[in-house]
Design a binder for this molecule. Sequence first.
Ligand code: CMP
Length: 135
Amino acid sequence: METTFAIIKPDAVKAKNTGKIIDRIEQEGFNIVGMKKINMTKNVAELFYTVHKGKPFFEELVDFMISGPCVVLALQKDNAIKAWRDLMGATNPEKAEANTMRKLYGTNVGSNATHGSDAPETAKTELTIFFQELN
Ligand code: CMP
C-alpha cells in the first residue's frame, strides 16, 4: 500500500464540490487515512509550492491557495500516487480526460480543483507538511 497527499483546492471547496470529490475518492477504492479542512497560511503555501518559486504564476498560485479553506487528505491504495493523478486528470482542466476531477470540477490551470503528489519523495515531503501526526 502506498500513501499519497491530496488537496481539494479552494475553488472546489467554495463551489461545494468537496463531498462529490470525497465520494469519488472512496468509490475508487482509496482509504482516507487523514483528512482535515484548513486555511493555508501564506508561509505554508510558499513552502508547499517552493519548487515553483520564481515561475511567473507563483504569486498567483500562493494567493489562490490562501483565498479560502481547502481540504487536505492522505490517501492510501496500491499505487496511490499514480491512481490519484489518473483520477485528477491533466493539470489544465481543458486538457483533462472525461470524468476526471479536474475535468468535472476545475475551471482553468490555476483553479484546477485538486492537487496530488507527483512522486514518492514528493508525497513524503507533502504529507510531512500537513500530517505530522501520521509519521
Ligand atoms: P498543482 O498540481 O497544485 O501544482 C502546481 C500548480 O501550479 C498546478 O497544480 C496549477 O494549478 C498551477 N499552475 C501550473 N501552471 C500554471 C500557470 N501557467 N498559471 C497558473 N497556475 C499554474
